[in-house]
Design a protein around this ligand. Structure first.
Ligand SMILES: Nc1ncnc2c1ncn2[C@@H]1O[C@H](COP(=O)(O)OP(=O)(O)OP(=O)(O)O)[C@@H](O)[C@H]1O
Ligand SMILES: [Mg+2]
Length: 215
């Protein structure tokens, strides 16, 4: 028995957490029991690493150090949370995974993609998501939404990446789109400017089509 591993990707403010929450609610209404998790932060090690990675007062973390911190988080998350859940047949909904590492550390920061891949393959134990939902939207729209949300939450502690320049986020967006065009069978690209309810419907329709036995 193996569950289904679905990841949610996109730039900041694209609506990953919102969509994940909404599809989890829709699944529960159909009697399913999905596991919601996120990176960084799905384990107690991950929570500690998340604080370090997103802390605006932290000294500038270099690209390789950052890659290794994300990899440490992922290795623990895969072995402690994701694999055990899939082995019991659960649906796992994960907010960011390996594509985020390739998009941010690779396309965004410029670490060679073969370096990323060799570190990341170990971190994820060669696991690949069954499906990845990419929420795509213009960088200004996403960052604008993320800023509004952060102001509302007074959550300055998580704003380090949000403050980086638009050019970086543009490379990340383009990187995600390249990944999606390299693996069209795995990705579902959604226009993140659609309404929340519509995005949830579109994602659920696709899940039902791709995994008819589970839904
Ligand atoms: N489809 C949508 N249309 C308009 N606003 C949205 C939509 N989805 C989410 N939002 C709003 O945009 C903001 C960012 O959404 P959310 O936190 O889900 O994004 P995220 O991709 O998880 O961001 P981050 O990468 O920073 O965690 C929130 O205030 C949310 O309410
Ligand atoms: Mg989020």
């Amino acid at each position: 028995m193996r569950g289904i591993f679905i990841t949610f990707e996109g730039i900041e403010g694209s609506g990953k957490s919102t969509l994940l929450y909404n599809v989890a609610a829709a699944m529960r209404r159909s009697g399913l029991d999905p596991l919601m998790t996120r990176e960084p932060g799905g384990t107690s090690l991950g929570v500690a690493l998340r604080k370090v990675l997103l802390d605006p007062d932290m000294e500038k973390i270099g690209p390789i150090a950052e890659l290794m911190l994300f990899a440490a988080d992922r290795a623990q998350h895969v072995s402690e949370v994701i694999q055990p859940a899939l082995e019991t047949g659960q649906i796992v909904l994960c907010d960011r995974f390996s594509d985020a590492t390739v998009a941010y550390q690779g396309y965004g920061r410029g670490i060679p993609l073969d370096v990323i891949t060799s570190v990341d393959e170990q971190a994820r134990s060669f696991m690949v998501p069954d499906m990845t939902v990419l929420l795509d939207l213009p960088v200004e729209t996403g960052l604008g939404r993320a800023r509004t949300r952060n102001d509302e939450l007074l959550n300055a502690a998580e704003s380090r990446i949000d403050e980086e320049e638009a050019a970086f986020h543009q490379r990340v967006r383009d990187g995600y789109l390249t990944l999606a065009s390299d693996e069209p069978h795995r990705f579902l690209i959604l226009d993140a400017r659609e309404k929340q309810e519509r995005l949830s419907e579109l994602a659920m329709e696709e899940f039902r089509m791709r995994f008819p036995d589970a839904f």
